[in-house]
Each structure stands twice: as C-alpha cells, then as structure tokens.
Design a protein. Structure first.
Lengths: 402, 118
C-alpha cells in the first residue's frame, strides 16, 4: 500500500513540473499555427522523456549517486565544469522564463505590469526553498499542478476528430513556412526533453532515499507520469488548434484566449492559475537541479531537508541562482521571446547533458546488474543522435524561425 | 590502486559522514630512490582551477588569496589521516578535516545564520 501511494505521488510529481511555460507556449504556438501537424513531436519528446526519466531513477537507486556525482567522479573536474557551464547558462534562461511566467500570471490576475511582480515572484521561489522540505516541493506543488488538467477538459470539450488526431501523430512535412515549423518542433522537444529534469530527478531519488527496491516503482512512475505530462502538452496543442486556428501567438496576453474561448471567464482564471502553478513548480525544480549539480560536483553538503545552517554553501548556491533568474523579469524582457529562446537553447545543450549518460548507464561499477540492456541502450543512442541533430539546427532555426 | 581513477574526485567525508568536499588534487613527492610517494589530498578552488588550465589556476590563486575567509586554514589532508577509500573517502579524525571547513563555517556564521529562520 505504501509503495502504491509512493507511486501515485511520484506520478503527480512528474506532472507538476511538466506543464510549465515552455510546454504551454510551444504547444500553443504549434497548435494555433499548424493544427495537429506537430503532434508527433510531442509524442516523440514524451517517449524520450519516459526513457530518460526511467534511466535517471534507476541510476540513482542502484548506484546511490546523482548524475552530478557521477559526472565529477567518472569524467573528472574539467568535463564536469563544461557540463555545469552549458547546463547552467541554459537553465538560468529557463528559470528566467519560469519566473517571468509567474510574474505574467500575476499581471494577468491583477492588471499590474509584470516587471513589478518579478521580485515578489522570485522571493516566493526562494522562500519555499528556504523554508520548505523536499516533500513539500515534491508533493505540494505537484498536487496543485493538477489544475492543469483544465487543458484536457477543454480539448475534450472541443471534440477533436479522432482520425485527424491520429494523422497528426505521423510525421509529415510542413504545409508552409518550413523554418517556423521546424523551429517550433525543436522548441517542443527542448521543452519536453528538458535537460535539467533528469538531473533533478536523479537527485530527488537520492533525497527520497531510493534503493534497488524502488527500481520497479521507478519504471511505473516514469512511464505513467511522463506519459500523463505528454498528454497534457498534447491537450494544450489540441485546444489551441481548435480554439485559435491560424493565430500567431506573439504576445503573452494572447495566452489565456485558449481556455477563455472554451470556458469563458472561468477559463481565463483556470489559465492564470495553471500558468502560475506550473511556472512555480518548474522554477523550483530548475533551481534545485542546478543547486544540486553545483553541490554534488564540488562535494558540498546538500539536501533540502537539512537545516540551512548545516548546508550553507548549498543554500547560498540556490539563493544566487534564484536571484540571477529573477533579473530577466525585473528587466521586463518579453516573456514569449525569452521562453522560445530558452527552449531552443535547451535543445542545443542536450548532447552535452545526455552523452555522459551512455557511459554512466553502462558502468558496471556504478550499476552492477542494473546496467542498461540493449533496448535501453538503443533508445539512448537514438535520443543522443536526435539531440545532436537538434544541437546543430536549433541556433540557425532560432534566428530564422522566430 | 589507480590514484587517478580510484581517488581523484572522490567525495571526502569526516568520521561522522559530513561531506567536506571532493579530492581536487593529489600532492605527491618524488623520493630520493625515484619513487612517487603520496603526501596529501587537497580540497581547494586553486587545485580545481589548475586542472582547467594553468592560467586559470594562477588567476584563481590571486583571487582566492584576497577573498578567502581568515578562518580557512590549509586545505591539505595528510595521507596518514585517510581512513577508508571506497565510494567515498573517510577521514580518521574530525580534526584532520578542520582546514577544509573554512568557507562553510564562515558562510554559515556571517551570511546564512543572519537570515531569519536559519
């Protein structure tokens, strides 16, 4: 029973952090501009995310190390520093987008311009990290995140044709504007296969004290949780395709239209609350992912459940990260442009973040008999190759397609 | 034992299991008979910076000399104080790791400890 409860909570966890500003914006733009034609990208990204999440959990449970530990231990300080730099810069942009998203949600709710909400939003993120234990972040925020199910309700209510949905799962070329089409495809993948997520997940498994007994549970959590998150992204895309066909979404004030078109005034508020919770959850996860990576690689004492005094360097590390992430919103940088850039750069940095996993997941000293089999290795090779392609095309596409 | 594979970059814990840092550098000396003898393990930003590039190492030395908290002592742990080596390195005595606690102590006292609710 306890195990079942743990599984259920784990699934909620993955959902809470999944539908954040990156997924919402990219899926909404894709649906509004290209109908169901980019649905296959959501499915592909979700499959990759399931596979990588399973590996992250299994790695932590079997080796008692998070990826940050393994990077330093197996590949040495210079390689660790390179990954920290790449992941650090892109994650700060993602964090900037999430905190801006939080501030935008507050603007939509209050009418007060979002840069004025930036400091309160950043402070809230910091305060939860400072006061909260890992369980609060894991289960509290993600339970609230269930409000994002509103998108599933709206997609169902709009009666999408099943045949057309299935057709969207088959990759077809773009009808027009190929640069824009592929730019959105790359952005969706960047938002779905977020590199920080797997570093966060492996650290979370250590925080929760997982061991080899959790490997079965982990498999279910990864598949159902990420599958559910992917369904949410797909629901956003479908809602936008039916509620805002042919619209180019270029301003964040357009975002609530997707739900308010379906549910009226209530839809507007559902959107605002969904955006707020989703961005809050993701901001906490990105900050912790980066804080953990820093602490693990440098051998600092870390953990959300330790009193701050006993992990001073870790605490100051995440405090500095939140502060840096808040700067974007304070400066009033355009929320959508920042989100699109962050997602494209996230996919550019994927090979750097994921290639080491191939080494770790096949290391006998780390994993013993829980090493990758040929199926998992096959999936990983495909994902890393895909990441390499994304890395090459993402920057040129970001220039031509946005 | 392969020093680079099995010792470098491992976490160092005190006897109570509190993490002090990772093995950033290994201090070794050449004996008169030509054999390399390990003297100490080092936890320091300078050692990490040197591993990136000698020039970065020199910058780090200059910078850290200025900003290092006064309480921070030598961050080298004599090889004789090393207990067990496995997934991590355990020290024999708490005292051996004292020199590496400078930053954590200083920040806990002067920064984190001053924030309400610490």
């Amino acid at each position: 029973m306890r195990k079942l409860l743990h599984t259920a909570l784990g699934i909620l966890t993955s959902v809470g952090g999944f539908l954040e500003i990156g997924s919402v914006v990219t899926a909404m733009q894709a649906g509004a501009e290209f109908g169901y034609r980019l649905l296959w990208v959501v499915a592909l990204g979700t499959a990759a995310a399931i596979s990588l999440t399973e590996m992250s959990g299994r790695f932590a449970a079997a080796s008692q190390r998070a990826f940050g530990d393994a990077l330093r231990e197996r590949l040495g300080f210079p390689v660790y520093a390179a990954v920290l730099l790449g992941l650090g810069v892109t994650s700060l942009l993602v964090l900037g987008a999430e905190i801006t998203g939080l501030a935008v949600a507050l603007e939509l709710a209050s009418g007060v311009m979002f840069p004025l909400w930036a400091l309160p939003a950043g402070f809230l993120v910091w305060l939860i990290l400072w006061k909260g234990k890992f369980g609060l972040i894991e289960y509290g925020v993600s339970t609230l995140g269930l409000v994002t199910l509103a998108f599933v309700a709206s997609a169902v209510r709009l009666h999408p044709a099943a045949g057309e949905l299935l057709a969207g799962l088959v990759p077809t070329g773009p009808p027009a504007q190929p640069a824009r089409y592929w730019f959105l495809a790359v952005s969706i993948l960047g938002a779905t296969v977020t590199p920080y997520l797997f570093y966060f997940y492996s650290s979370g498994a250590i925080e929760d004290g997982w061991d080899t007994r959790h490997i079965g549970t982990n498999r279910v959590v990864a598949a159902v949780g990420m599958g559910f998150g992917g369904t949410l992204s797909a629901a956003v895309l479908v809602t936008a395709a039916l509620a805002l066909p042919g619209t180019r979404i270029e301003q964040y004030r357009q975002l609530p239209l997707a739900l308010s078109g379906v549910f009226g005034r209530a839809g507007f508020w559902l959107f605002v609350v969904s955006l707020w919770i989703g961005c809050l959850g993701a901001a906490l996860e990105v900050t912790l992912a980066l804080g953990y990576l820093l602490a693990q690689g440098l051998g600092w004492r870390w953990g959300e459940d330790l009193p701050p005094r006993e992990a001073a360097r870790f605490v100051l590390g995440y405090s500095a990260i939140v502060l840096a992430g808040t700067v974007f919103a304070v400066a009033g940088i355009d929320a959508l442009a920042l989100t699109n850039l962050a997602m494209a750069l996230s996919s550019a940095v994927l090979p750097l973040a994921l290639a080491p996993l191939f080494l770790f997941m096949n290391d006998r000293r780390f994993l013993g008999r829980h090493r990758n089999g040929w199926v998992a290795n096959g999936a990983l090779v495909v994902i890393v190759l895909m990441a390499l392609v994304l890395c090459v095309v993402s920057i040129p596409l970001a220039i031509t397609g946005s | 034992m392969d020093l680079i594979r099995d010792v470098l970059d491992l976490p160092i814990l005190d006897p109570d299991g509190v993490p002090l840092g990772r093995v950033d550098g290994i201090v070794a000396e050449l004996d008169p008979d030509g054999r390399l003898r390990v003297r100490a393990l080092e936890i320091s930003g300078e050692a990490r910076a040197r591993r990136l590039h000698p020039v970065i190492g020199r910058w780090a030395e200059r910078l850290l000399r200025r900003v290092r908290p006064v309480t921070a002592g030598p961050s080298r742990i004599p090889w004789s104080e090393i207990g067990t080596i496995g997934k991590s390195i355990r020290l024999r005595s708490r005292l051996a790791g004292e020199g590496t606690r400078g930053w954590e102590r200083w920040l806990a006292r002067h920064v984190v400890g001053r924030i309400p609710g610490a």
